[in-house]
Design a protein around this ligand. Sequence first.
Ligand SMILES: [Zn+2]
Length: 305
Amino acid sequence: MNNNLLKGGIVTLLLLALATIGLTFAQQRPTLTPEQLERLTIRPVPGKAGLYLMPGCDGNMSGGNIAIRVTEEGVIIVDNKYSYSYENITRQVASVTDQPIRYVLNTHHHFDHAGSNASFMPSAQVIGHENVRINMLRNSGPSASPDGAPRITFNDKTSVHLGDAEVQAFHLGCGHTNGDSVILFPDLRTIHTGDLFIWGDRLDGTTMAPFIDYANGGCAGDWVATLDQILALDFDTVIPGHGPLLRKAEIRIFRDKFEQMVTRIRTLMNNGTSRNDIAAALDISDLNWPLAPDRVQAIYDELSQ
Ligand SMILES: [Zn+2]
């Protein structure tokens, strides 16, 4: 092994160790630079009056994107980052409106999207798909506090009407988990997709890839069909689960990449590639989605059922 390879190996090990620590202590508040804090500060969504974004671009440090809809009768927010994020969210929302946060919608149960549900409950209604509640109650530990399980749940669709706004939540099938919702602001033609659609790099510069949470009912096989249903909705502006503000065209790109990934795995399986060999045989370098071998094997397991 030459020196560079050795160095590369050590760096990889260090990064893996850091990633593990990050996951274990994900609920601890990270120290962010002024530049990072600026990137994560609430801002108006251009051209969409009354809609704001509190950005988030990863699971470990910045959490998920929060959409904030301000009306003259109160505020509706979509997602709420980590268990320690409540004060930060309420402070930032108070910087753009005097109205109280009255409704909190969850795109799914993960700790980086629904982590501060419990803190909002005394003053707001928290609403999620029925599997958000079931997953939170089943999972223990900081990743899903049972205290934060939504008290109001729905199956396929629900709406919140507040002031002059209607906000619609749709459960369109499985994908990232079995409890994913997309949240549509129909009058503003804007959607928050949760982690059914993510895009770009984390704060640390590494690239996000779709995550199938098999322990919570996620699936690769139907994810594209779920995306097709999202694309059938009427919107032009997209707030992904993590990543920058985007357009409908980027969901189509993501959908096509996902279809490519699943098709290539299926083709290898049809040609007799074994579970042990599937990750090494799969070439998805052109998709720019770093997928660990065990995650490719998990997709293999799902598709072989
Ligand atoms: Zn998630």
